[in-house]
Structures are given as structure tokens and as C-alpha cells.
Design a protein around this ligand. Structure first.
Ligand code: NAD
Ligand code: ZN
Length: 358
């Protein structure tokens, strides 16, 4: 079969591989729609994953049709239309049993596609622990919406969840690409009061408002810390979600957060995101109350697995928000994932998320 792979640092190519075979608890999926992710760009061009000479098929955002299941899989059968989360951990691992499936077996071990085995940009791909990692795509759910649940929605929502937002809180979301826009939607669902979206692109601003942002802060027009402090009568925010920016943004998030608040990071701080601090993310001493400010900094890889996907399906089916608005560019045919990936890399201003249908 054909697959689009990372063949080395800064290198991608089409490769031929044998179609994977399902082990007892696995499923083989034939993708029906795929999306590249900013994480694929980090992986290939920013040293995000060191594959140590291995050639791996890219891709972790997919929906598809079950092609084959192993003999221990009970809940899915060939022909089922499924949503495949980006995070498909080994649910038997100790970390999974302790409630941290994202780091099953090793740090980031829940992120199996590309990191541990071939990803979904291929004619077929394998999903481990199928009963615990797949979710049925409802007949009336659009492919656009289902595809966005796999990574963008679960990540953005986890940013809001980890920020511990209480009803009426003043919340800031920094960076409103697809992940940040879902953090805005998640913060609104959690009951944010004022909801500040920090961004500059008109299309993103429009969706941020649709998803519940009450105020837009343009980081290209002045210091965002000053803007947030001014808008909150000098108090600062109760919760800040970081979904874009660099090491300076990280420091600003802490500066705009009030004592007792939570700073929730979902941004990937690859080497290119460091402005000046080398390998250290800066915590500004003053804003940290010289260690006395009770500001919680948290963050991590998004949750995956079947139950998470089913919960997100519930949110969409209940009509609470529409993730399909994030798709701005469409392609048809597996061979077009290459164009879609380069589009992500080039990031035209009107791009939020491309989708490739097969
Ligand atoms: P993106 O690049 O499309 O969006 C980031 C946005 O931030 C862009 O719109 C950019 O213009 C904006 N931005 C840049 N500098 C800024 C600044 N100083 N202030 C405010 N905004 C700024 O990326 P995305 O797909 O939305 O993903 C966001 C981040 O989340 C990436 O780092 C990605 O790798 C990461 N991610 C994390 C997980 C996870 O599990 N935690 C999953 C997927 C993606
Ligand atoms: Zn992703």
C-alpha cells in the first residue's frame, strides 16, 4: 500500500509498505478523511520527534471504515464508520490505570501514530486496543465535524478543562488557530464570563466570536498583558489558556493571570518557539509573586480514547457547537495529503484547517 512518510529530519516522501495486519486487539482502518496537523510540521521540520533512522508514515487525524478486526475485538466490525482519536494509548499500561493515559508506557506514549508506529496518511492504518480507542461516527454527523474531534477539539477543550474555569471567570485564550478556537469554545461551555481571544486573523476572529469570545485582543497592536489588565480593571484573568506563541507568550500568560489563577498550556514549545530563553521557559519573578502567588501552571498532551471521543460526539450532537467551521481548505484523494501538509507548513492567512477526503 501507499503511504506519505517522514523519511528523515526535514524530509517527506511517498513510500510503499505492506498493508498492516491486525493483532488480536487491533483494527485496520481504511481512512475516509484525513487532516494534517501543526504537530506534523513540528515533527518533520522542527525536530519534534527523533525517529532514529526509522521511516514512518505521518498523520494522526483520521476518520474511516473498519477494514479488519483482531479476534479479541468485540465492539467493532468491518464496515463500521469510526472516529480515530489522535491519542490511542495502551489502556493496560500502569499510567493508563492511574488516569494518565497520555503517558502510557513512556512520556507521550499515548501518541502512537508516527511516534511509535505508522500514522494514518496511507491506504490503511492500524489502531491498537480497538475496543477502547475507536468510537462510532453517528450517521448524521458530518465528516468535517467528526474529523475535528480526533485532535483539535479534544486538545482545545482540554486546555479549557485544565484551566479549571469556574462559571463567571474571566478567561484569556492566547492563539486562535484551530486548537485555540476550540479552547475558546471549551471555555464558553465551561461558563466563562468575559472571554478574551488573542489573535489577529479576521477569519479566526469571526469563528472565535461565534464560539463565544466576548473580546478580541490583537497581539500585533500592543502589549497583550497591558490590554488584558486594562480590560479587567487591573485584576488580571482567572484562567489563561496558551494555544500559540513563543517563550515570551508563556511569560506574558503568567503576567496577565491573577493570584490563585491557572495557566493552562496546550502549545507545543518546539525549538523554533523560543524567542530568547534557550531551552528554558521563563517564569517572571514579579508576576510569580516571588514564589508566593499561588498561580498554577499546567499543560499536556490531549486526552484520547473511545470515551473521550464519545463525550465530544455528545457535545456536537446536542448542538452545543459546530467544529466543522474550522475547515477552510478541501482536497480530494490520498495523494493530496502532500499538498495539504505543505499548505499547513506555509500557513496562508486564511487557513485554519485543511481536510482531505478519500
Ligand atoms: P496554529 O499555528 O494554527 O495556531 C497558532 C496560532 O497562534 C496562529 O494563529 C498564530 O498566528 C498565533 N500566534 C502566534 N504567535 C502568537 C502570539 N504571540 N500571540 C497570540 N497568538 C499567536 O496551530 P494549532 O494547530 O492551532 O496548534 C496550536 C499549538 O497546539 C501548536 O503548538 C500545536 O503543536 C499544539 N498542539 C498541541 C496538542 C496537545 O495535545 N497539547 C495537540 C495538537 C496541537
Ligand atoms: Zn495533531
Amino acid at each position: 500500500m501507499k503511504g506519505f512518510a517522514m523519511t528523515g529530519p526535514n524530509k517527506v516522501a511517498w513510500i510503499e509498505k505492506e498493508k498492516p495486519k491486525a493483532g488480536p486487539r487491533d483494527a485496520i482502518i481504511k481512512p475516509t478523511a484525513l487532516a494534517p496537523c501543526s504537530s506534523d510540521i513540528h515533527t518533520v521540520w522542527e525536530g519534534g520527534i527523533d525517529l532514529q533512522g526509522e521511516i514512518r508514515i505521518l498523520g494522526h487525524e483520521a476518520i474511516g471504515i473498519v477494514d479488519e478486526v483482531g479476534n479479541e475485538v468485540t465492539d467493532f466490525k468491518p464496515g463500521d464508520k469510526v472516529i480515530v482519536p489522535a491519542i490511542t494509548p495502551n489502556w493496560s499500561a500502569k499510567a493508563s490505570q492511574c488516569g494518565l493515559h497520555q503517558h502510557a508506557d513512556c512520556m507521550l506514549g499515548g501518541y502512537q501514530f508516527t511516534f511509535i508506529r505508522d500514522g494514518s496518511m496511507a491506504e490503511y492504518f492500524l489502531v491498537n486496543d480497538a475496543d477502547a480507542n475507536l468510537a462510532i461516527q453517528p450517521d448524521d454527523m458530518s465528516d468535517e465535524a467528526a474529523l475535528m474531534l480526533t485532535d483539535m477539539v479534544t486538545t482545545g477543550f482540554s486546555g479549557a478543562e485544565n484551566a479549571n474555569i469556574q462559571i463567571g471567570d474571566d478567561v484569556v485564550v492566547i492563539g486562535i488557530g484551530p486548537v485555540g478556537l476550540n479552547a475558546v469554545a471549551g471555555a464558553a461551555l465551561r461558563g466563562a464570563g468575559k472571554l478574551f481571544a488573542v489573535g489577529s486573523r479576521p477569519d479566526c476572529i469571526n469563528i472565535a466570536k461565534t464560539y463565544g469570545a466576548t473580546d478580541i485582543i490583537n497581539y500585533k497592536k500592543g502589549d497583550i498583558v497591558e490590554q488584558v489588565l486594562e480590560a479587567t480593571d487591573g485584576k488580571g484573568a482567572d484562567a489563561v489558556v496558551i494555544a500559540g506563541g513563543n517563550s515570551e507568550t508563556f511569560a506574558q500568560a503568567i503576567q496577565m493571570a491573577k493570584p490563585g489563577s491557572t495557566i493552562s498550556n496546550i502549545n507545543y514549545f518546539g525549538v523554533q518557539n523560543y524567542k530568547s530563553a534557550g531551552d528554558i521557559l521563563p517564569i517572571p519573578r514579579d508576576a510569580w509573586g516571588a514564589g508566593m502567588a499561588h498561580k498554577t501552571i499546567t499543560g499536556g498532551l490531549c486526552p484520547g480514547g473511545r470515551v473521550r471521543m464519545e463525550q465530544l460526539v455528545n457535545v456536537v450532537e446536542a448542538g452545543r457547537f459546530d467544529p466543522s467551521l474550522l475547515i477552510t481548505h478541501r482536497f480530494k484523494g490520498l495523494e493530496k495529503v502532500e499538498d495539504a501538509l505543505y499548505l499547513m507548513k506555509d500557513k496562508p492567512r486564511d487557513l485554519i484547517k485543511p481536510m482531505v477526503t478519500l
